[in-house]
Design a protein around this ligand. Structure first.
Ligand code: DOR
Ligand code: ZN
Length: 412
């Protein structure tokens, strides 16, 4: 299914458990002209498409603060189209794409062309980051003035910005344009020898630079207990800092031998990240969806194809195993990520986007990447049994993904 199944229709979802960061109740959801208009009664004499939500939970569709769709240049790993299909299968309707493409997202043309392609495909809203340094070269930021007209997010994700002065200048520029700097915290002097020190050092530095510049700073894929501890302190100090954690850093640790940056850490780190989430210090789940070909993985490319398993992994670890509320899960998968991206999404509330995901909390299944829509089958989690399944994804009132399980439900 490439395009929305019900176009230009108004939608009603009946008999469903409605969960977002603020509510958890049974009811109906009415979407008209792409927006949520009511949660109690149908408004006009509209020709609604009816979705029977019995036995399912409706959440605001997920918002990913970190994904790689690989276009332009690495279409053999993923395209905007395959990435979009993977995203909706994972319950996502908004993604923030990193800029380590070929050529990198260092010009307005590239940023605009990715966003336009995303729009033409029409499954998810795509926001493309610009690179912090021109062509990811680490030396020049003269392109920023121009690219910040096309996007409000800059990152050299894939590597850290090593030059301290340049990193500060970029933040000062970002501050002036009300943009957000996203930090891939990795001091590459230590990438070969001590990846913990690599992340920690650059986290500490970027927090100090954010303090001086006053810029908005978003820490990507936080993975060490030291880094999350420092981030929590900086938030308590009132700095304008947000952070994300990936599903794989919540479920996997160093006992799994699989290359990803930052690496899967020690059990103590996983425990610290889960604790930080439960205490409300983490703003977002960022999938760091990083599809690669099998050949590239064999050559050592770091990354996990993760956008299709994100919900199930987070639900399993956080809700099932650690008793977190569904409200809190929704907060970090939808509401706060939408706030970071500055979009009116992430809540099931009148006036918000009609972007909804229906999940089956009772379903469990075994992860099998051969079933992925993504071209990237690279995951160490094949064979893992997880709870919670995405059944349907709706964007602006249109069904953009429907799993086979929707029709095969019994007793509805
Ligand atoms: O594992 C990773 N893969 N970490 C990154 O920071 C980059 C990403 C990629 O682009 O493959
Ligand atoms: Zn990264």
């Amino acid at each position: 299914m490439d395009k929305a199944m019900f176009k230009d229709m108004d939608l009603i979802i009946t008999g469903v458990r409605i969960v977002d960061a603020e509510r958890d109740e049974f009811g109906i959801i009415i979407i008209e002209d792409g927006l949520i208009v009511s949660l109690d009664s149908a408004t006009g004499a509209k020709g609604y498409s009816v979705i029977n939500g019995k036995g399912l939970t409706a959440m605001p569709a997920f918002v990913d603060t970190h994904a790689h769709f690989r276009e332009p240049g690495f279409e053999y790993k993923e395209t905007i189209e395959t990435g979009s299909k993977a995203a909706v299968r994972g319950g996502y309707t908004t993604v923030l794409l990193m800029g380590n493409t070929n050529p990198p997202a260092s010009t307005r043309e590239i940023i605009e062309s990715v966003q336009e392609k995303g729009k033409a495909i029409g499954l998810v809203d795509i926001i493309q980051c610009a690179t912090v340094t021109d062509m990811l070269g680490g030396e020049d930021i003269s392109h920023l003035e121009s690219v910040l007209e096309a996007t409000k997010f800059i990152t050299d994700d894939g590597k850290g910005v090593m030059n301290d002065k340049l990193a500060l200048d970029a933040m000062i520029l970002a501050k002036g344009k009300d943009a957000t700097v996203i930090s891939h915290a990795e001091n590459h002097y230590f990438s070969q020898t001590d990846m913990r020190l690599a992340e920690n050092l650059m986290t500490y530095r970027d927090i100090e630079l954010a303090r001086i510049s006053g810029s908005k700073l978003h820490m990507a894929h936080v993975s060490t207990r030291e880094a999350i501890g420092r981030i929590i302190e900086s938030k308590n100090e009132g700095l304008n800092i947000t952070c994300e954690v990936t599903p794989h850093h919540l479920i996997g640790d160093s006992r799994i031998d699989y290359r990803v940056n930052p690496p899967l850490r020690e059990r103590e780190d996983v425990v610290a990240l889960i604790k930080a989430i439960k205490e409300g210090h983490v703003d977002a789940i960022g999938t760091d969806h990083a599809p690669h070909s099998q050949e590239d993985k064999e050559k050592g490319a770091p990354g996990i194809s993760g956008i299709e398993t994100s919900f199930s992994m987070c639900y399993t670890v956080l809700v099932k195993e650690h008793n977190m509320s569904m409200n809190q899960l929704s907060e970090i998968m939808s509401e706060k990520p939408a706030k970071i991206l500055g979009i009116k999404k992430g809540l099931i509330k009148e006036g918000y986007a009609g972007d909804i995901v229906l999940v089956d909390e009772d379903a469990s299944y075994v992860i099998n990447s051969e079933e992925f829509e993504s071209k990237g089958k690279n995951t160490p989690f094949n064979g893992l049994s997880v709870y919670g399944k995405v059944i349907m994804t709706i964007k602006a009132g249109e069904v953009v993904y429907k799993g086979a399980d929707y029709d095969s439900r019994k007793n509805i």
